[in-house]
Design a protein around this ligand. Structure first.
Ligand SMILES: Cc1ncc(COP(=O)(O)O)c(C=O)c1O
Length: 354
């Protein structure tokens, strides 16, 4: 071969004698990175990591909503029934009410804490536990068993818990759906979603067709972030326990919810099925103006939606249309020192009460 020119040298510099992305004879080879929308090594590494933690096969998506919609749209057909939480993530409920109902799917909302009607005739039961924002918890093993006995498929939105908090597949669910945007990756710097289960080929195909794919850089960041999940959850959970106690002792605060508190209505079932309780606490201040004063006064609580990140954040949920009291706040404990968060909360609540 003649000596290559500079253009050729630059294009080929440092490349191994690569395997071709397509087999010259037969074309596409699964797992050989034929095209970035179908497959790439960064996703495969992340999928195997999350799959290992969830106890199933994992398909990553561009966001939690992309993952949830992939399940809803691949499972449900016109005339079939979806049961989903009345108190769950509002975008999922909005998608069901606006898009699925428009396609002829029957949508039935049930509160996470129950009571649950019989599952006969239901095609898909979507549970969310702990539910966002109210943090009610449902008995995943009992509900999955009853729903499957009636012929329904069971998916659990396990976003708030993360795979270290609970293992819905081991408790009998067919699928886990989750936003990886929250505590799973935990730095408030990327959007990600995933579906995990024993049989996820259809949603993998759906991802390829719809292009609801995460960027490889997000996937790489997410995988790197998993290494600190245990440490982050430990701090967030410990702070949440202390914050819940502090809030419960305040006269202006009502309805403190944290499933790890022994007097929380969800405590018994949460202690049975969860390995750790997330760092999110929900509570109610007298009204929207009181919440605004509290958020303005706080120095270590950023007014922001989302949760599970390194910074303590809070938002008033009624502003998003959640069917909750005007003063209901969802507070996500970050990675600051617990004592500093407690001192800041006390000062901000004192100031807001004046
Ligand atoms: C319980 C739950 N599921 C799904 C989602 C959607 O996730 P994403 O924002 O990654 O689309 C969220 C987002 O807040 C959530 O809280």
């Amino acid at each position: 071969m003649t000596v290559p020119g500079d253009g050729t040298r630059c294009v080929r510099a440092g490349l191994p004698d690569a395997e071709p992305h397509l087999d010259p004879d037969t074309g596409p080879v699964p797992g050989r990175d034929g095209y970035g929308r179908s497959d790439n090594p960064t996703w495969r590494a992340l999928e195997s990591a999350i799959g290992e933690l969830e106890g199933g096969e994992c398909v990553v998506f561009s966001s939690g909503m992309a993952a949830i919609c992939a399940v809803l749209l691949t499972v449900l057909r016109p005339g079939e029934t979806l049961m989903l939480p009345a108190d769950g993530y509002y975008r999922t409920r909005a998608f069901a009410a606006e898009t699925l109902a428009g396609l002829g799917v029957r949508v039935r909302e049930v509160p996470t804490a129950g009571p649950y009607p019989p599952f006969d005739g239901v095609r898909l039961v979507l549970l969310e536990s702990p539910a966002n924002p109210g943090l009610d918890v449902c008995d995943l093993r009992a509900l999955a068993s009853a729903a499957r006995a009636a012929g329904a498929l069971v998916a659990v939105d396990s976003t708030t818990a993360t795979p270290l908090g609970q293992q819905p597949l081991a408790l009998g669910a067919d699928l886990v759906v989750a936003s990886g945007t929250k505590a799973l990756t935990g730095h408030s710097d990327l959007l990600l979603g995933y579906v995990a289960g024993r049989s996820v080929g259809t949603v993998r195909q759906w991802r390829n067709s719809t292009g609801a794919v995460p960027g490889p850089f997000e996937a790489w960041l997410a995988h790197r972030s998993l290494s600190t999940l245990d440490l982050r959850l430990a701090r967030q959970s410990a702070t949440a326990a202390a914050v819940a106690d502090l809030l419960a002792a305040r006269p202006e605060v009502a309805s403190v919810r944290w499933p790890g508190r022994p007097d929380d209505p969800a405590f018994a079932v949460a202690s049975r099925q969860m390995r750790r309780i997330p760092g999110v606490v929900t509570f109610t201040l007298p009204d929207a103006a009181h919440v605004a004063r509290f958020l303005r006064a706080a120095r270590l609580v950023d007014a922001a939606t989302s949760f599970g990140g390194p910074h303590t954040t809070a938002d008033r949920r009624a502003q998003w249309g959640d069917p909750v009291p005007e003063g209901l706040v969802r507070l996500s404990c970050g990675l600051e020192d617990t004592a500093d968060v407690l001192a800041d909360l006390t000062a901000a609540l004192d100031q807001a009460a004046r």
